[in-house]
Design a protein around this ligand. Structure first.
Ligand SMILES: Nc1ncnc2c1ncn2[C@@H]1O[C@H](COP(=O)(O)OP(=O)(O)OP(=O)(O)O)[C@@H](O)[C@H]1O
Length: 221
């Protein structure tokens, strides 16, 4: 079998609480192949977002290992994790997290510019495919939720990351808007060849992914 793009092994994480550390991830192990899509589901508090944050280099683990290709993510220092987030792993958040002072065009290009990978032709393609070409000089507050999430997806894919992480990407959208946003996200993720790890409570969204992983009390169920 070929080496997976993402390998998570025996991942452990606790958070401090008044009466001692509370274990949140208690030995999570799974692989994700390049270009594969995986839904991460499980009850509230089961550790889904915590896992996503560690995989994406937004938080650190207490034990175990995360590898992305040849890189041991869990061995990186702050700088290494920042570099990983700029160019190789990119996150779509439920709250969109656009930069309010930048227009749509600048938001789309923002992460790619930071990564030194800005490709104007690819940004134009993304804007057109995401139905944003007529909105490039608008600001996030002038957009609907669905439009804002499409900008966030475009910003994520503008860097051509190896791995896209999505945390409840349709959580703030109505069902129909969410379904259209997911269609676009899956289409464009597939075209770039990125793998997708998507945290969701939505069975409709989870059913659109090739694989499903259920977390229960910090373990893969
Ligand atoms: N920074 C933190 N400090 C302390 N506890 C935390 C922190 N982040 C998460 N937790 C706790 O860790 C547990 C898992 O949280 P996490 O957000 O990963 O769960 P989740 O499965 O994504 O939940 P949900 O589906 O409700 O978003 C919860 O009990 C939460 O309160």
């Amino acid at each position: 079998m070929s080496t997976p793009l993402l390998s998570v092994r025996d991942l452990q994480k606790s958070f401090p609480a008044a009466d001692g550390p509370v274990p949140v991830l208690q030995g999570v192990t799974f692989d994700l192949a390049a270009g594969q899509t995986l839904a991460l589901t499980g009850e509230s508090g089961s550790g889904k977002s915590t896992l996503l944050h560690i995989v994406g280099g937004l938080d650190t683990a207490d034990g175990g290992a995360v590898r992305l290709g040849e890189t041991e993510v869990t061995a990186l220092d702050d700088r290494g994790r920042a570099a990983l987030r700029r160019s190789r792993v990119s996150v779509v958040f439920q709250q969109f997290n656009l930069i309010p002072s930048l227009d749509v065009g600048a938001n789309l290009a923002f992460q790619a510019r930071l990564a030194g990978r800005h490709d104007p032709a690819w940004c134009d393609t993304l804007a057109r495919r995401l139905g944003l070409a007529g909105h490039l000089s608008k600001y996030p507050e002038q957009l609907s939720g669905g439009q804002q999430q499409r900008v966030a997806i475009g910003r994520t894919l503008a860097v051509r990351p190896e791995l896209v992480l999505a945390d409840e990407p349709t959580g703030n959208l109505d069902e129909e808007t969410g379904s259209r946003v997911v269609d676009l996200m899956l289409e464009l993720v597939a075209e770039t060849g990125a793998a997708l790890l998507c945290v969701t409570h939505s069975t409709a969204l989870a059913s659109r992914m090739e694989r499903r992983l259920v977390l229960s009390r910090g373990r893969v169920a």
